[in-house]
Design a protein around this ligand. Structure first.
Ligand SMILES: CC(=O)N[C@H]1[C@@H](OP(=O)(O)OP(=O)(O)OC[C@H]2O[C@@H](n3ccc(=O)[nH]c3=O)[C@H](O)[C@@H]2O)O[C@H](CO)[C@H](O)[C@@H]1O
Ligand SMILES: [Mn+2]
Length: 344
């Protein structure tokens, strides 16, 4: 660890020095810097994708202007300085050229228990069209009926992995138990081979790009149903006996249980904590108003997300599109709850 830090420090110093000595930085001084670092620390493999934003030299794109903002109708940065991602706030070519050479791998989890297997085909097919296209993606499908998982043609470097889970007879349990199963997946299968993970509702479809702009340490999506409301109207858990309790006058946004993600270790911490709190509540005979979504909201109040995705990243088909939504990326389909859930 110390070794890595030293190398990193050296790298920064080298670049600073280069800035000072030559405004027109040459390829030769670049390669000297790189070679020095590699020579002195040959065994180091840096897998931290958050902190090094390296673009290929000579990438041409529009100049960013500090006195101009591409979006003036919406919040683009939170009070704790996390970006809020909206169409128009980022340059996808710059972002892709940063993450492409890192060869990152992305996992997504999706649960289809009971009749929810009917959503898989559309979910998986549209993910192929819009979700991290051109990147390595593993779609982890959790289901009680592996035979019902449709065969979807996947591009190179992308695949579906099926995990069998028990069927449960309350939708609340099916939804909430996802946290534990995601925690286990990370511990047992993903550690060491996956960089980022996104956890998504299956009753939804992709309509537009969802890509590298969404990457971050801890990533939350603002719920489409409440983002124009005063926080007093957010459906947080309001009973102080629950570990998901959020007090009046507190809370930043109301986040979705249907989409969240980030670096593997961050999502591990989130799912582990929410599951522990959900279980402890259950022992006390209490289930939060919106199950794991309530626990997630409590968690995100204390552990601020480092990137916030706008409701473009989880809309609902039944909601008319508001003017601030310039691009709809992912949206919940209209469903008849009584027909598809095991209980009402
Ligand atoms: C868009 C969004 O933020 N949705 C959240 C919301 O309700 P939703 O109405 O979106 O919940 P839902 O019925 O979609 O259930 C959540 C997910 O659980 C799975 N499932 C559920 C029932 C079932 O019989 N089989 C099955 O597989 C499936 O992956 C589904 O997408 O509140 C829930 C609280 O519990 C979850 O936090 C959802 O993520
Ligand atoms: Mn849903």
């Amino acid at each position: 660890m110390v070794f890595v830090c030293l190398c990193y420090f050296r790298f920064v110093v080298a670049f600073k020095h280069e800035d000072k000595t030559s405004a027109d930085s040459s390829a030769a001084s670049d390669s000297t810097t790189a070679t020095n670092c590699v020579k002195e620390s040959p065994a180091i493999n840096i897998r931290s994708h958050e902190f090094s934003l390296v673009v290929p030299d000579h990438l041409k794109y529009n100049q960013p202007h500090l006195t101009e903002d591409s979006r003036t109708d919406v919040m683009t940065v939170t009070p704790w300085l996390a970006p809020v991602v909206w169409e128009g706030t980022f340059n996808q070519d710059v972002l892709d050229s940063i993450y492409k050479p890192k060869n990152i791998s992305i996992a997504a989890t999706v649960f289809a228990v009971g009749k929810y297997t009917m959503f898989l085909k559309n979910f998986l097919e549209t993910a192929e069209q819009h979700f991290f296209v051109g990147f390595r993606v593993h779609m982890h499908v959790f289901t009680d009926q592996p035979n019902e998982v449709p065969k979807v043609k996947m591009a190179a470097g992308r695949q579906v992995m099926v995990h069998k889970v028990p069927s449960l007879n309350r939708w609340q349990e099916i939804s909430a138990r996802r946290m534990k199963q995601i925690q286990d997946l990370i511990e047992e299968k993903l550690r060491g081979n996956t960089d980022y993970i996104f956890c998504l509702d299956v009753d939804s479809k992709f309509h537009g790009r969802w890509g590298t702009e969404s990457l971050g340490g801890l990533v939350a999506v603002v719920h489409p149903g409440y983002y124009r409301d005063d926080r007093s109207r957010f459906p947080y858990e309001r009973r102080p006996q629950s570990r998901a309790y959020v007090a009046p006058g507190e809370g930043d946004f109301y986040y979705c249980g249907g989409a969240y993600g980030g670096l593997l270790q961050e999502v591990h911490q989130l799912t582990k904590t929410c599951n522990l709190n959900f279980e402890a509540d259950a022992k006390d005979g209490i289930e939060a108003a919106w199950q794991e979504e309530s626990h997630l909201n409590r968690y995100m109040w204390i552990n601020k997300p480092s990137k916030v995705l706008s409701p473009e990243y989880l809309w609902q088909d039944f909601k008319p599109k508001n003017p601030e939504i310039h691009l709809l990326r992912f949206s919940g389909v209209i469903k008849n709850y009584a027909d598809i859930r095991p209980n009402v």
